[in-house]
Design a protein around this ligand. Structure first.
Ligand code: TXD
Length: 317
């Protein structure tokens, strides 16, 4: 049986880390693609040279032409530019929207049966454009943000409670970052919801509120420390978990930017919701009942996504 093929469009910080993780986890052969010639080839060779030490047999190649992604089973897209000082969000949308057009067309022509994970920001808008330009079924195109946001939330909660990160689960909804909606009544330590842990004296509401804010600002905290770029290790781990659930048909329940049509009273947009990811891509959207506070936070988040979608819709094609 042939190995799976994973195409990484964008060979920057996240792309390179994705390639290394795909190798370490034996997920399949990897093609790194970038418009900057030499970088994808150099990173692929560097990681291939680690393979004898690490003991994986994936074939890693780098390319600057879209034919190289032909027949990919999974495509993870990080291509684009990150925000620089002095740039407006509209500038970022304009540039990255053009990138999504090129990437979407490249996917359509070369690997229309792939499962596509978008990482490029602003995530909820870019994933919608990628689906539009690739023409792939909506269940086969998703965005990565919720796994990262909930991983950050889990990490901070584990630190606060003094327990293993493995025993902390977190449930998040909504757009990426600032407007993320953490559902603390569905976030647990070994099944015990956070509000109960507060009652048990393990933490206080104030402390949990601070953790929620730190999670929402998680990306900015890393940018502030790195100064020259944004987070890449945890984003790459998060996307690999999604790819693995698809390739191995694990049916993990993971929060993704998925196309919502009917659920949560929404029609026809990409936004962060819990999903079941398996061999059919997004196999189910998990719809839970929200209380009034949660509903208000979710609406705020959805409105932020809609506003950016309108900006994107007004761009020249
Ligand atoms: O949670 C999330 N979704 C995110 C998103 C978390 C962290 C970072 N997030 C976003 O991912 C970030 O704002 C960026 O939009 C992407 C990629 O982040 P990365 O840190 O990997 O950025 P780099 O290092 O600048 O890499 C981007 C690469 C770079 O090598 C460019 O040459 C390439 O993209 N690029 C392209 N490749 C192919 N095709 C085109 N058109 C193209 N344009 C740029």
């Amino acid at each position: 049986m042939a190995r799976n093929k994973i195409a990484l469009v964008g060979a920057g910080n996240i792309g390179g880390t994705l390639a290394l993780l795909a190798g370490l986890k034996d997920l399949g052969d990897v093609v790194l693609f970038d418009i900057v010639d030499g970088v994808p080839q150099g990173k692929a060779l560097d990681i291939a040279e680690a393979s004898p030490v690490e003991g994986f047999d994936s074939v890693l190649t780098g390319a600057s032409s879209y034919e190289a992604i032909a027949g990919a089973d999974v495509v993870i897209v990080t291509a684009g530019i990150p925000r620089k000082p002095g740039m407006s969000r509209d500038d970022l949308i304009g540039t990255n929207a053009k990138v999504m057009k090129a990437v979407g067309e490249g996917i359509k022509a070369n690997c229309p049966d792939a499962f596509v994970i978008c990482i490029t920001n602003p995530l909820d808008v870019m994933v919608g454009l990628l689906q539009k330009y690739s023409g792939l079924p909506k269940n086969k195109v998703v965005g990565m943000a919720g796994v990262l946001d909930s991983a950050r939330f889990r990490y901070f909660l584990a630190e606060e409670f003094g327990v293993s990160v493995e025993d902390v689960t977190a449930f998040v909804l909504g757009g990426h970052g600032d407007t993320m909606v953490p559902l603390i009544r569905y976030s647990t330590v070994a099944g015990i919801p956070v509000p109960d842990l507060i009652k048990m004296g393990w933490s206080s509401q104030e402390k949990i509120d601070q953790i929620i804010q730190r999670t929402r600002d998680g990306g900015a905290e890393i940018v502030g420390l790195l100064k020259t770029g944004s987070a890449f290790y945890a984003p790459a781990s998060s996307a690999i978990q999604m790819a693995e659930s698809y390739l191995k048909d694990k049916k993990r329940v993971l929060p993704c930017a998925a196309y919502v049509d009917g659920q949560y009273g929404l029609n026809g947009l990409y936004v962060g919701v819990p999903t079941v990811l398996g061999a059919d891509g997004v196999e189910k959207i998990v719809e839970i009942e929200l209380n009034a506070d949660e509903k208000a936070m979710f609406e705020h988040s959805v409105n932020a996504v809609k506003t950016l979608n309108e900006v994107a819709a007004g761009l020249p094609d």
